[in-house]
Ligand binder design. Structure first.
Ligand code: PLP
Length: 400
């Protein structure tokens, strides 16, 4: 029996494939350092867990309205209004059972067959997959290392056409940790404002910024709220990856459509999870802030260690918890290097090309792991890459 043709657009995500190879090696008794996983290594803050348990005990185990409970929508709107400097109300908010569902809803709402969608490359693999799933035509815009891994604006200017129906932004970025500078946000806004083109701004890591890096959201640009869908969630900020809680911020004019989409797909987000979300937003932010402080400390150790490996160049990421070192000097594909590091050094990292073809020449290293683990992982990488470099040299000199 044939499946619908759209099903052939789906493929495994690099991170899951590497994780299962790494786990297989562990089953064989090998020691593996996991630097491939994109989730905080911290427990969900205790007051959030307590709120979830209390909600379960209080019988919050039934359906809620598809757009979410009013208290959570209110709390999200308040947070968005304060953070983005634009008045936003619960009428702009739809709660979803994950950031991924929020992306699904945003694309389902905006992309028709044949529409062009510009997206960051390297970028979160779900973007390209879902663009294709909805029959859109993906237009990758390369991210440039020398511009905080923001869009190559020359390509953006050239590729933006009347057919562009959606532009996907992600800042801070997975996989690069780059933060889009304000001038690029303003140029993108100037380009699309008033045109029949949406912007989906994935702001999942926007609370994870270092060194007072200024944050520019296209939602804050006057006039852009009408065309922008913010995707955000609780997974990263509150270490809640397994709870599955996200949301979209949309213009009020389309909230009914999102309501019906959620009605006929997920129904609603788990009631007790939403209560935990209210506690996350209204409760103390200390645990979340402490997490960011710890990530910054790790970044400040990890990046110099990576740069100390001959042949590796690692820009300092301004946000998220990923380092994206350039390993192109080894003259091997990033997949070969990632495979070599996993099998020869016992370090699981992701190939940059898992995030798109412009990710070739890079590795993604998640520093969501404890410092001794990170240090051991990079130490193993250093030894293995030095060996590779020596064997490269020997091989070149013997063939000269
Ligand atoms: N957006 C980005 C850029 C991400 O990196 C992730 C998760 O890794 C998500 C969205 C989805 O997060 P979740 O579905 O856990 O809320």
């Amino acid at each position: 029996m044939n499946l619908a043709s759209r099903m052939s657009t789906l493929a495994a995500e690099g991170a899951y494939a590497v994780l299962s190879s790494a786990q297989e090696l562990e089953r064989q008794g090998k020691s593996i350092i996991h630097l491939e996983i994109g989730q905080p290594d911290f427990a969900t803050p205790a007051h959030i867990v307590r709120a979830g348990i209390a909600a379960l005990r209080a019988g919050k185990t039934r359906y809620t309205p598809p757009l979410g409970v009013w208290e959570l929508r209110e709390a999200i709107a308040k947070q968005v209004s304060a953070a983005r400097g634009k008045e936003t109300s619960s009428g702009n908010i739809a709660v979803t059972p994950s950031g991924k569902t929020a992306i699904f809803a945003a694309l389902a709402a905006t992309v028709s067959a044949g529409d062009e969608v510009m997206y960051p490359d390297p970028g979160f693999p779900t973007y390209r997959t879902l663009i294709e799933f909805f029959g859109g035509k993906g237009v990758p815009v390369p991210l440039v290392e020398s511009n905080h891994f923001s869009f190559d604006m020359r390509v953006f200017r050239k590729k933006f056409t009347r057919k562009t129906k959606l532009i996907i932004l992600n800042s801070p970025s997975n996989p690069t940790g780059g933060v889009i500078p304000k001038r690029d946000i303003e140029e993108i806004a100037d380009t699309v404002k008033g045109r029949s083109c949406w912007v989906m701004s994935d702001e999942m890591y926007s609370r994870m910024l270092y060194d007072n890096t200024p944050y520019a959201s296209i939602y804050s640009v006057p006039g852009m709220q009408k065309q922008t869908i913010i995707v955000d969630g609780f997974s990263k900020t509150y270490a809640m990856t397994g709870w599955r809680l996200g949301y979209v911020v949309v213009p009020e004019a389309i909230i009914d459509r999102i309501d019906y989409l959620l009605t006929h797909t997920v129904g609603c987000t788990a009631a007790f999870v939403q209560e935990a979300g209210v506690a996350a937003l209204r409760g103390p932010q200390k645990a979340s802030e402490a997490m960011v402080k710890e990530f910054k400390k790790r970044r400040n150790i990890v990046v110099p260690l990576l740069n100390a490996i001959p042949g590796v160049r690692c820009p300092v990421p301004d946000g998220a918890f990923y380092a994206f070192p350039n390993i192109s000097s080894f003259n091997k594909s990033s997949k070969e290097i990632a495979h070599y590091l996993l099998h020869k050094a016992g370090v699981a990292v992701l190939a940059g090309s898992d995030f798109g073809r412009y990710g070739e020449g890079y590795l993604r290293i998640s520093y969501a792991a404890k410092l001794p683990i990170l240090e051991e992982g990079i130490n193993r990488m250093r030894k293995a890459l030095e060996k590779l470099r020596t064997s490269n040299k020997t091989c070149y000199s013997s063939s000269e």
